[in-house]
Design a protein. Structure first.
Length: 245
């Protein structure tokens, strides 16, 4: 029956980088089950970054970019000989499992969960020039998500969820800003990770060690995966500074 596995030979085009983008399935429900803080829950965001660290250790990507329940993984070296089905299935499986593992390790009561947690996954092949534009777009989505999230929960003080969504649809960015400002929320003063998302990438860190020959403590510089909670706005300079880009 091998001949029926018609997608198994599907491969990523040569000479492109790829982003694997994963998204939590039905996390609206999961947020309710875990009683996450609205619109942003730091503990949930932290668990998402732990998934990012697991991805870093397993697949050595250039960058992992996270906001809400979305994880973007920029890979320079394409794994599994570029086989699309293999990459998509392994990444979504790995991420679902890592998320559940980290959630439970962080004292989350598993009885709160109504069932298994899953992430979907898709592959986006990109030329090097398109990478910056791709991540700028995702960061704009993070910003929109932030505005909408605060505006939605502000409207929910007075309206049903259906009505709040209906009002939200009609509001332009300026109206959203005004709505939040009138409620005393200064959107530009919200934590950076809520407005711009979180990044994980390798950078130089100082590591303390002991030199047995010279019998003294030494500080050396190592590249280590680092969680950036205060990302800048994405631009070429950020990507040119990344290892392996
Ligand atoms: N309360 C709370 N909810 C969050 C947080 N981060 C993500 N979410 C929830 O996750 C959802 C993510 O949006 P979507 O991916 O569009 O919705 P989804 O329910 O996961 O639906 P599918 O991805 O289509 O399966 C948001 O609508 C929120 O309900 C958080 O920090 N706090
Ligand atoms: Mg989702």
């Amino acid at each position: 029956m091998k001949e029926c596995e018609i997608y198994s030979d599907l491969k990523i085009p040569c000479s492109s980088k790829i982003v694997v983008r994963a998204d939590g399935r039905n996390f609206h429900r999961l947020a309710r089950e875990l009683a996450l803080e609205k619109p942003y829950d730091k503990n949930f965001a932290s668990i998402m970054t732990m998934v990012g660290i697991d991805i870093f250790q397993e697949f050595s990507p250039i960058l992992v970019y996270i906001f809400s329940d979305e994880i973007n993984i920029l890979l320079g070296e394409i794994p599994f000989a570029g086989r699309v089905e293999k990459i998509d299935s392994v990444f979504s499986g790995f991420i679902s499992s890592s998320f559940t593992h980290n959630l439970l390790m962080n004292n989350q009561d598993h009885e709160q969960l109504s069932g298994p947690i899953s992430f979907d996954s898709r592959i986006v092949p990109l030329s090097t020039e398109m990478v910056v534009r791709y991540f700028q777009k995702r960061q704009s989505a993070a910003w929109r998500n932030c505005l909408n999230g605060y505006a939605y929960w502000t409207l929910r003080d007075e309206h049903s969820s259906q009505k709040a969504v209906q009002i939200l649809r009609k509001l332009k960015i300026k109206d959203l800003n005004d709505l939040l400002f009138n409620k005393g929320i200064k959107i530009s003063e919200l934590p950076s990770w809520q407005r711009r998302g979180m990044g994980i990438y390798r950078r130089d860190v100082e590591v303390a060690g002991f030199n047995p020959v010279e019998q003294k403590n030494v500080i050396s510089i190592r590249k280590k995966a680092f969680i950036d909670w205060k990302l800048p706005r994405f631009g070429s300079d950020f990507f040119e500074g990344l290892e392996k880009f």
